[in-house]
Ligand binder design. Structure first.
Ligand SMILES: *[C@@H]1O[C@H](CO)[C@@H](O)[C@H](O)[C@H]1NC(C)=O
Ligand SMILES: *[C@@H]1O[C@H](CO)[C@@H](O)[C@H](O)[C@H]1NC(C)=O
Ligand SMILES: *[C@@H]1O[C@H](CO)[C@@H](O)[C@H](O)[C@H]1NC(C)=O
Ligand SMILES: *[C@@H]1O[C@H](CO)[C@@H](O)[C@H](O)[C@H]1NC(C)=O
Ligand SMILES: *[C@@H]1O[C@H](CO)[C@@H](O)[C@H](O)[C@H]1NC(C)=O
Ligand SMILES: *[C@@H]1O[C@H](CO)[C@@H](O)[C@H](O)[C@H]1NC(C)=O
Length: 390
């Protein structure tokens, strides 16, 4: 079951030309990502761990931990994915290869340093009108919520390039789609987008640092509806600056509190994410983007999602926006020369999925909390009487 027929974020790019000069906090060419760090560090240090341990709290006060559900990394990364080898539903000038071809042609591999690489073909000259080989993979495991943390050194970019890291349910758009990392060309601002059936809207003025792109209505059944999207303020959230400072982490939290996305530069990744045991989103500050439950039920509008990575070229977004992007020539010409795709690569350290584990017995006192937490992490699944599983 693939998200066949799904149009990713298509039309949104029409509303957000390359350069995005109207957005706040943009690079003026003298970008210094370090200047953005103090606020992040400030929030980190304000985290109140000592009183609550590493617990997170539901709105009703019930405490829980995010515990590891799935880890995708290193040599085993590709074991639990399906390679989509059909025509691109978004009309890209792309040939999504099957798994065997992808490995044989060096489009996917794992380096000696355990970095997972997925890339478009960057070695083959193409005749006019031919399509460029690339990859699109979907996780075999489907999710109905969770905390998804992607640590990557590079995300694909460049003129004519359109990559996405996203999740999607069956029967598009009714199963919902969450585009966590997506952009085109040399853009510097990641765009987070949701597509759903009728009855789901962004709530303007909610607590996120990004900028709403177009419509608030996420309904993908409305003719021509691009979904609802938020562009990140940071000019290192996509493209050249994201890659040149070593990438970073994208985190997507999907639970009864809504769907939120955070993005951290390499140097500002919270310690609890680096530790990887039991991350605490409540200490990460405002998300870059959020779909709040006040305007959209995150548990009924989104279900049975596979995680997807892809890189396509031209097509509905990168093709239709090409002429206004500042990129040279035409997108069709661009596709022919392999040297145009040297930066069209995912380089992934890990993708980790966490699920909630509720702690039924409320324990007071820091030492007790830490003891229970340690036990929970060590014996998760065995503390049947104390714990409810997501
Ligand atoms: C608290 O909220 C969580 C999440 O909505 C829910 O699963 C749980 O049942 C609630 N607990 C109580 C005691 O209401
Ligand atoms: C896509 O790639 C496969 C494997 O290399 C090849 O057999 C097929 O002809 C290609 N399709 C197109 C449309 O180029
Ligand atoms: C925004 O965040 C503040 C502080 O965390 C909270 O009190 C408020 O309810 C939030 N507003 C919305 C609309 O979520
Ligand atoms: C999600 O998957 C489960 C298990 O395959 C299935 O029973 C359920 O109907 C699916 N839900 C939706 C909304 O497709
Ligand atoms: C690839 O990235 C490098 C480093 O940012 C840049 O100088 C170069 O122009 C990029 N090439 C393409 C084809 O985008
Ligand atoms: C193609 O891309 C890979 C992965 O980014 C890179 O290591 C390699 O140097 C590139 N090849 C060429 C010829 O640019």
């Amino acid at each position: 079951m693939y998200c066949a027929g799904l149009p990713l974020s298509l039309v949104l790019m029409v509303l957000l030309p390359v350069g995005t000069a109207a957005l706040p906090g943009l690079s003026d060419g003298t970008f210094d990502w370090r200047s953005s760090l103090p606020s992040l560090w400030g929030k980190r240090s304000a985290e109140k761990r000592s009183s609550t341990g590493a617990y997170e709290s539901e709105a009703n006060g019930t405490e829980f931990l995010w515990i590891t559900q799935d880890v995708y990394e290193g040599p085993s990364f590709f074991d639990r994915w399906t390679f989509f080898d059909q025509g691109d539903p978004t009309h890209g000038a792309v040939n999504f290869t099957d798994e065997q071809t992808a490995f044989a042609n060096g489009l996917v591999y794992v380096t000696a340093e355990n970095v997972v690489v997925m890339k478009g073909d960057n070695t083959t000259w193409l005749p006019a009108g031919a399509v460029r080989e690339s990859v699109r993979i979907s996780s075999i495991t489907q999710y109905n919520g969770g905390l998804f943390i992607l640590d990557l050194n590079r995300a694909p970019w460049g003129c004519g390039v359109w990559p996405a890291f996203w999740t999607c349910g069956p029967n598009w758009p009714y199963g919902g789609e969450i585009d966590v990392l997506e952009g085109v060309h040399d853009n510097e601002h990641n765009q987070v987008t949701w597509h759903t059936g009728p009855g789901c809207s962004l709530t303007a003025g909610d607590n996120f640092t990004g900028t709403v792109v177009g419509e608030l209505d996420c309904d993908g059944t409305i003719s021509g509806n691009p979904g609802c999207g938020i562009t990140e303020w940071s000019s290192a959230s996509y493209g050249p600056y994201f890659d040149s400072q070593g990438g970073g982490v994208f985190a997507m939290k999907w639970d009864d509190e809504g769907i939120a996305v955070w993005n951290f530069y390499r140097a500002a990744i919270p310690q609890d994410i680096t530790d990887g045991q039991s991350p605490n989103p409540s200490g990460w500050g405002q998300p870059a983007a959020q779909l709040a439950p006040s305007g959209c039920n995150p548990l009924t509008m989104f279900s049975n999602h596979s995680i997807i990575f892809d890189i396509t070229f031209c097509g509905d977004w990168a093709g239709n926006s090409y002429s206004t992007s500042g990129c040279p020539g035409t997108c069709a010409e661009r596709v022919q020369d392999p040297s145009n795709f040297v930066n069209a690569s995912w380089e992934i350290n890990s993708l980790k999925v966490y699920k909630k584990q509720w702690v039924a017995g409320k324990v007071s006192g820091a030492e007790g909390v830490l003891d229970i937490r340690t036990m929970t992490l060590l014996l998760s699944g065995m503390l049947v009487g104390l714990i409810g599983v997501w």
